[in-house]
Design a protein around this ligand. Sequence first.
Ligand code: ADP
Length: 451
Amino acid sequence: MIRKLLIANRGEIAVRIAKTCRELGIEVVAVHSSADRDSEVVRLADIAVNIGPPAPRRSYLNIPNIVEAALQTGADAIHPGYGFLSEDPDFAEICESAGLIFIGPPPSVMQDMGNKATARGLMHKAGLPMLPGVVEPVRSVRDGQEIAADIGYPVIIKAAAGGGGRGMSVVHSEADFSDAYVSTREVARAVFNDPAVYVERYLAGARHVEVQVLCDQHGNGVFLGERDCSLQRRHQKLLEEAPAAHMTVAQRERLGALAVHGALSVGYTGAGTMEFLVDGSGEPYFMEMNARIQVEHPVTEMLTGIDLIREQILIADGLPLAFGQQDVRCSGAAIECRINAEDPARGFAPTPGRLDVYRAPAGPWTRLDTGYREGDQVSPHYDSLLGKLIVWAPTRDQAMSRMDRALAEMAVDGPGLSTTATLHRALLRHPDFRADRHDIQFLDRVMPSLL
Ligand code: ADP
């Protein structure tokens, strides 16, 4: 049984994990960089260990220091959160060989799902629907152009090791292929340390719909509904909601079943997300699998009443799922807005600094997951996510009104600080978003008119 858990992360997700540990009676070990010594998770933890200077490479990505902290404090498990080391199979393996439970899927499954081209191949074998494309890395410009001509333009060139919306280029014609290929490989090499890229059809006007799955170590899997994450800026999510109300119930149930089948077919365990693109008629195409907890998991928690961090811990403990698919009830509608310290008017440039004013909204079915308190510094070393505002209501319309009310209550201020809160309010009022008619290009298209 897990009695003491080390959280190898920071910010809101570290706090989120700590809270569930408390409820389960599990002791919390927080690790932090010197920039985060007064952070919220440090205040909440039973034990806090400084693992290095602010630069992530020297602290939150520093495997020896993290494993050492776990061994010295007597932790028996490590939760990696999202980002940082959460998708690093070497880290998972090192934890396991040090006798620590890594909260996530087996390292080999992580490795396969971490490479989008490999994941595509495995899910294709499992019978999941795919956009036309290849699984082997493209060998040369000529090779890529031949593949693209076969698939038909537009295509998207993607870094196999990519993530966070980076390492992707849309190509509309053969003339543009060469430049896009060279620049995507450059980004892939520089950011992901692996230049391999592959090509698939670019689906214009699509929606991003993802399915939350939970698989235990005994071959049982369930899905907890889906989330629509079509509201994106440059391929990065900004607002997420559930359910994907533009799909029929039958389409959503089929999608959920496909997701569970795909996850079980690769031996997945724990909480995972199967991401799909969905076209105008509701047809899904597998895109990638994220082998970790997602930023937007609270949307699913609000819809189902299931604590996903708790389930992750119980599964890692070896317990079978305590419920089956027929026990999962999704009700109402939930929305999450990412409140980032960014200036939407300046291309979403980060605005780090001191939080002189930071007041959370409250009220019925209103939740703020955050790692910050008033007076804290937002460090330029880490991502700009201040907090996630999540609401639930019986209908999508009511959830939007509730979110608007909550956003209006939220007060954030500091020298030079901007947030995405005002943009969210404008989006909630946009007729296309209100009518659920938006797609993944919507935000980039309407941004100029919202500023
Ligand atoms: P990442 O791992 O970087 O988040 P994803 O593969 O999940 O990358 O893709 C991120 C986003 O890029 C998707 O949500 C979607 O908006 C867009 N995208 C990816 N592949 C395609 C495609 N084939 N057609 C259209 N849009 C795509």
